[in-house]
Design a protein around this ligand. Structure first.
Ligand code: ZN
Ligand code: ZN
Ligand code: ZN
Length: 103
């Protein structure tokens, strides 16, 4: 027996889920629900200090050694400017390439 009334769940995509304390920088862009991609437009320069002693970018960072093991990467604090229901340009191009490629 086939269940045709499969619930159409809208998958919630966690856009911002920091695994640990880490500074984040604000990035603006567009979100494409069709493929779930966030296409970055620009970084606003806004930095959110996590105030952790064990984050290289934090103002509270305690280590003086240049090669301490603290994370140096920033988290992307995503700001969605526009939400689209279709797929992003990169995915569109990829899909088009697949369609037009002979083989
Ligand atoms: Zn930090
Ligand atoms: Zn450190
Ligand atoms: Zn995409």
């Amino acid at each position: 027996m086939q269940d045709s009334s499969y619930p159409s769940r809208t998958p919630f995509v966690a856009l911002f889920d920091p695994p640990y304390h880490m500074c984040s920088q604000e990035v603006y862009g567009d979100y494409y629900r069709g493929c779930g991609h966030f296409v970055k437009a620009y970084y606003s320069g806004e930095i959110q200090d996590c105030a952790s002693q064990y984050c290289y970018n934090s103002s509270q960072h305690v280590h003086k050694a240049p090669n301490c093991p603290c994370p140096r990467a920033f988290n992307d604090n995503r700001r969605i400017q526009s939400m689209f229901h279709h797929i992003c340009d990169a995915c569109k191009t990829a899909a088009f390439d697949r369609l037009t490629r002979r083989g």
